[in-house]
Design a protein around this ligand. Structure first.
Ligand SMILES: *Cc1c(COP(=O)(O)O)cnc(C)c1O
Length: 398
């Protein structure tokens, strides 16, 4: 079948909740994907950082095959031999006491909200139904009704109300606003250390450190959503590590299972996670042995193959090359690790289309920003190859 036939089928029978680039991917390996006609592209999105380990990583594939032959799903009505091992691996890697496994990132954020509220009522002593959670403008935490209810993107909300109360929005990166928004009923501050969907927005250095201090002083839980920024993307294992702090609650997903499976998790101390008791919360697939086995290997290869260090080193290199571009189309180039935003004066979509024709896949975010976040297995030579083409497109799309 030709690419256009797939596109027509999807358009006719699939809901139109996305506006994808018209490239129909048939297979992938490492940092490269191949379309149904065999043309190859350098993947500079990495499924929004869900394939940090590279497409179809052979070691993760081996684990998937082995575990899929043994047992895939038990439900949490029974125990399985993989969940405890994943919890221990995550503890060893991060230092957090306890793990609550879920599937999608959105579910993990919902879980963190439930944990924070229950902690607010049972430990902090917030009066019933008065708990407040502070979030930031331009946040992206997922797509459930609760979560889009505190989005500041009109399209994400329009047509989906009424929304859950109990959320307060402050400007991103504004410690003073955080201080002023806190009340005795505030149980948590939910924040992305770098805002990815908003266009790779990096707060001023020291913001997260100050936020951590303010939270600690006021007995407010600092909850970092590292679903996209975590697991090496910014050149550290987690983006909060750039500021030398530790959040109270850590939310992970996406690359946790290397793109093979949806696995997410909420990590916290035993004091905080201890508020969750049997029956409070659950998921049929959360903590399933197939997902847990895959996640364990996905974490192992990330560390063993030094992908976090690669992200730091190649990210610094690529950022400085991109910053050397002297195109009138470019407003700003910013980034951390292999997570780079090229902000344009005009629309980013035509550039993404032009880059696709040059063999590079990236996705615009918020109209004006080209987001570049290749799998962390990308090589310096591949980045040089990409640079030549990005420079050409920037020259032609002024
Ligand atoms: C992708 C993302 C989510 C949602 O994860 P899903 O797996 O798509 O549900 C939440 N927060 C952030 C920061 C994300 O990037």
């Amino acid at each position: 079948m030709q690419a256009q036939e797939y596109i027509d089928l999807e358009s006719q029978y699939g809901a139109h909740n996305y506006h994808p680039l018209d490239v129909v991917i048939d297979r992938a390996e490492g940092a490269w994907v191949y379309d149904v006609e065999g043309k190859r592209y350098l993947d500079c999105l990495a499924a929004y950082s869900a394939v940090n380990q590279g497409h179809c990583h052979p070691k993760i594939l081996q684990t998937l095959e082995e575990q899929a032959r043994k047992v895939t799903l038990t439900s949490r009505a029974f125990r399985n031999a993989q969940l405890p091992m994943l919890c221990k691996d995550l503890h060893d890697l991060t230092g957090f006491d306890m793990v609550l496994p879920m599937n999608s990132g959105t579910e993990a954020v919902e879980t963190a909200i439930k944990v924070a509220r229950k902690w607010g009522y049972k430990i902090k002593g917030v009066p019933q139904d008065k708990a407040e959670i502070i979030v930031c403008a331009n946040n992206f935490h997922g797509r459930t009704v609760t979560i889009v209810g505190f989005s500041t993107d009109d399209q994400y909300r329009d047509g989906f109300g009424p929304f859950a109360p109990g959320f307060k929005v402050i400007p991103y990166g504004d410690a003073e606003a955080l201080r002023n928004a806190i009340t005795p009923n505030t149980c948590a501050f939910l924040v992305e250390p770098i805002q990815g969907e908003a266009g790779i927005l990096i707060p001023l250095e020291g913001f997260l450190r100050e936020a951590a201090e303010i939270c600690q002083r006021n007995r407010v839980l600092l909850m970092t959503d590292e679903i996209q920024s975590g697991l090496g993307r910014t050149g550290k294992l987690f983006a909060y590590m750039h500021e030398g702090i530790t959040p109270d609650v850590l939310i992970v997903g996406k690359a946790l299972a290397g793109g093979y499976y949806p696995v997410s998790a909420v990590l916290a101390s035993s004091e905080i996670m201890g508020v969750i008791t049997p029956g409070d919360h659950g998921s049929t697939f959360g903590g399933n042995p197939l997902g847990c086995a895959i996640a364990r290997t996905a974490l192992r290869v990330l560390i063993e193959e030094k992908m976090v260090e690669r992200s730091a080193e190649l990210g610094t290199y690529f950022l400085s090359r991109l910053r050397s571009l002297r195109s009138a189309a470019i407003k700003e180039v910013r980034g951390k690790g292999l997570w780079i935003g090229i902000e344009l004066h005009g629309k980013a979509r035509p550039c993404c289309e032009a880059l696709k024709d040059e063999g590079i896949l990236c996705k615009e975010t918020h109209d004006h920003v080209i987001r570049i976040g290749p799998p962390l297995v990308v090589t310096r030579e591949e980045l040089d190859w990409a640079f030549e083409r990005i420079a050409k497109v920037m020259e032609e799309n002024r």
